[in-house]
Design a protein around this ligand. Structure first.
Ligand SMILES: Nc1ncnc2c1ncn2[C@@H]1O[C@H](COP(=O)(O)OP(=O)(O)OP(=O)(O)O)[C@@H](O)[C@H]1O
Ligand SMILES: [Mg+2]
Length: 259
């Protein structure tokens, strides 16, 4: 385990990969060593970290179902050293799975490797950030891919369905024993959306770690050749800083200083 392991989860298309890239970048700017793990079988995190498509596709995929840690065949540190690739945004990127062939079977082996990696001592990272594929299967899959995460950040759009997904995620995370779950509102177009996020989560007792505005340059970066933002717009940057601050407060034991 690194000092902090954050899983970025949520309904399809809400902005998990975009925010995972921005959060990873923000931790790097704080001087943290960040490992970012793409667990989507259709991996795009490399683009959000400034790699070209060709370089994103050249990141080697982690071996499936390896036993990581004591009694295993490898360690988290060795996996990062062998399979990790640097990105222009700063984090070291790992790619856990990639579907390249129709009918080739499930991706459970890749999830098992990530689960083991997160459980093992990852001494060459301060923060490990996991960009999850959409849906809830990563919480139901044998043992739960993110069972060793410290905190899940559930990204939501201002839609009821994404909020419902967040509540279901929190309930499953509780069953797995993941200690902290926070919601992150995304693509907010103004006070009405902020109000929607605040009221939706307050009634379900899920802390709202921040609301990221809908931003034209974020969307434009996604259309460009490499999806990384050259300069993060100030309102987005400050929202992401707020999210990091809330994550710090959430994971810090009461009375202890935040990181
Ligand atoms: N704050 C934002 N402002 C504007 N556009 C955004 C913002 N966040 C995400 N988007 C856009 O929303 C779309 C979906 O984003 P992204 O791919 O990050 O979602 P995802 O949740 O990772 O999707 P998937 O479920 O397919 O993995 C992209 O076109 C992205 O540019
Ligand atoms: Mg994604």
């Amino acid at each position: 385990m690194s000092v902090l392991t954050v899983g970025v989860v949520g309904k399809g298309g809400v902005g998990k990969t975009t925010l995972a890239g921005l959060i990873a970048r923000a931790y790097v700017e704080r001087g943290e060593r960040v490992v970012a793990i793409d667990t989507d079988s259709n991996p795009n995190l490399g683009l959000s970290l400034g790699l070209s498509l060709a370089k994103t596709e050249a990141v080697p995929v982690l071996p499936r179902s390896v036993l990581v840690g004591s009694g295993g065949t490898t360690t988290a540190e060795a996996l990062v050293n062998e399979y990790g690739r640097p990105t222009p945004a700063g984090p070291t990127l790992l790619s856990a799975m990639r579907v390249t062939e129709a009918g080739a079977g499930c991706t459970c082996g890749g999830h098992a490797t990530v689960r083991g990696l997160l459980a093992d001592a990852l001494t060459n990272a301060d923060v490990t950030l996991v960009d999850m594929e959409a849906g809830l299967e990563h919480l139901s899959r044998s043992g739960g891919t993110l069972a060793y995460a410290d905190v899940l950040a559930v990204v939501c759009e201002p839609t009821r369905k994404s909020v419902i997904t967040a509540i279901r995620t929190r309930d499953l995370a509780d069953e797995l024993g993941i200690p902290h779950v926070v919601a992150v509102g995304n693509k907010s177009r103004g006070p009405e959306d902020i109000h929607f996020f605040e009221t939706s989560f307050a009634s379900d007792g899920l802390p709202l770690a921040g609301v990221v505005p809908h931003d034209g340059s974020v969307a434009a970066a996604d259309r460009a050749d490499a999806g990384g933002l050259d300069a993060v717009p100030a309102p987005v940057r400050s929202a992401i800083e707020g999210v990091l601050h809330e994550i710090d407060r959430t994971v810090a034991p009461e009375g202890s200083p935040t990181r």
